[in-house]
Design a protein around this ligand. Structure first.
Ligand SMILES: [Zn+2]
Length: 164
């Protein structure tokens, strides 16, 4: 019996490694987070996980005061992660000073965000959120710099920056 198990484990390990090699690149290059990877936390679970300020931004589509976030002036190289679920959303290379008082980017990491139209200010705006946890990040406008012409206007409280 023991011998049988050992032999089976011996066969299983290489098979698992092959599976990992096959499926790992698919995860990395997937254009959007698959439905099985999406987070589905309750309000109470989010309240335990986030500060009240971040909860207001991420889960209630709030907006922080302009020039209130230290990330507005962040100029180091690194990655900006979703403050809700740690999905990488933006790279420092694509950050620019928009003068608006909110961290601004001209492109996001592919597949990391999703958009929807919101009518909160009567004029329709394109809201965007993390594709994994659905956390509200900001709004995207068409007055950004080249090459995309986009301006992702992000709440600093919705991001976590990790320098390289
Ligand atoms: Zn997230």
């Amino acid at each position: 019996m023991n011998q049988f198990l050992t032999r089976r484990t011996f066969i299983l390990i290489p098979i698992m490694s092959i599976f990992k090699i096959i499926f790992k690149p698919m995860e990395v290059f997937a254009s959007s987070v698959s439905s099985k990877d999406r987070w589905n936390l309750t309000k109470d679970e989010w309240k335990l996980r986030l500060s009240p300020e971040s909860y207001y931004i991420l889960r209630e589509e709030g907006t922080e005061r302009a020039f209130s976030s230290q990330l507005n002036n962040e100029k180091r190289k690194g990655v900006f992660y979703c403050a809700g679920c740690d999905l990488p959303l933006f790279l420092s290379e694509k950050k620019f000073d928009s003068g608006t008082g909110w961290p601004s980017f001209w492109d996001s990491i592919e597949g990391s965000i999703e958009t929807k139209i919101d009518f909160k200010l009567i004029v329709p705006r394109t809201e965007y959120h993390c594709s994994r946890c659905g956390g509200h990040q900001g709004h995207v406008f068409n007055d950004g710099p080249p090459p995309t012409g986009k301006r992702y206007c992000n709440n600093g409280l919705a991001l976590r920056f990790v320098p390289d």
